[in-house]
Design a binder for this molecule. Structure first.
Ligand code: ZN
Length: 257
């Protein structure tokens, strides 16, 4: 499990949730690299949630799922479930740490994006489900940025574009990175037709065409010049290529014909 895998797991769990909030048990987080979990907690992408109010019972053979009862005695808490599935079992103790939960949410991700972009969240945030206003991003122009959950999973909406979140937020060299430059480029070049999502393959093809054109015209440093014209870096371009490769790989597995 790498940092990228962990980020993907976190984002896809939030995307799949019915209300934009997802929970992780300590057991699950133990399988993620410690430094990654620490970074997620520091970035508040993971925060301590209220303890689980129900759990599976260890006392019977049916692992029944039961509400948790908590009692406090002499300053110490104990948790148990009352199993009614088999005779003579009754009270089954539950270790308290098993009730611990960590939460990830669209709201927390939107707050993280706002901090990274240095923008203020709107005071009267929209109450629309699965949509979180991030704030107004200033570049040569100013455009509102929002985080949404749609059929593509988590996406960032800006200037008439809808970009998959994992195309602008990634784990790299031990840290979370947000493609602020890429988002600013959207702000400066709003979509003429507010359609929707940009196609990664189409963007890479556009840049490739510019590189070919630069070579043909004998422009010095043709790649560097092309990526600069698109307000990005060579690093970002190679990352986009890798994402495309990965997706192609997935497609081949899903559809072998
Ligand atoms: Zn039981």
């Amino acid at each position: 499990m790498t940092g990228s895998d962990a980020l993907e797991a976190l984002l896809s769990r939030v995307a799949a949730s019915y209300d934009g909030a997802a929970f992780f048990s300590p057991d699950e987080l133990d399988k993620w690299p410690k430094a990654v979990v620490a970074t997620f907690k520091k970035a508040r992408l993971l925060s301590a949630a209220t303890p689980a109010t129900s759990t599976s019972c260890d006392g019977c053979e049916r692992y029944c799922h039961m509400p948790v009862e908590i009692v406090s005695r002499a300053g110490r808490s104990a948790a148990f479930v009352l199993c009614d599935k088999e005779n003579g079992i009754n009270r089954v103790d539950v270790p308290l740490d098993r009730l611990e939960r960590w939460q990830a949410s669209g709201e927390a991700i939107a707050a993280h994006l706002a901090r990274e972009l240095g923008v203020n969240r709107p005071v009267s945030a929209s109450t629309q489900a699965k949509r979180w206003e991030v704030g107004r991003l200033r570049s040569k122009r100013v455009e509102p940025v929002a985080l949404t959950i749609g059929d593509q999973g988590l996406a960032v909406e800006v200037a008439g574009y809808s970009v998959r979140l994992d195309e602008v937020l990634w784990w790299k060299a031990g840290r979370l990175e947000l493609d602020r430059q890429g988002l600013s480029a959207f702000v400066d070049n709003p979509a003429s037709v507010p359609t929707g999502r940009t196609d990664l393959a189409a963007r890479v093809a556009e840049i490739d065409a510019a590189i070919v054109d630069n070579r043909r015209r004998g422009v010095p440093a043709p790649v560097e010049t092309a990526v600069k014209a698109f307000r990005m870096t060579r690093q970002r371009l190679s990352q986009m290529r890798k994402t495309l490769e990965k997706r192609k790989g997935v497609n081949v597995d899903v559809n072998p014909c």
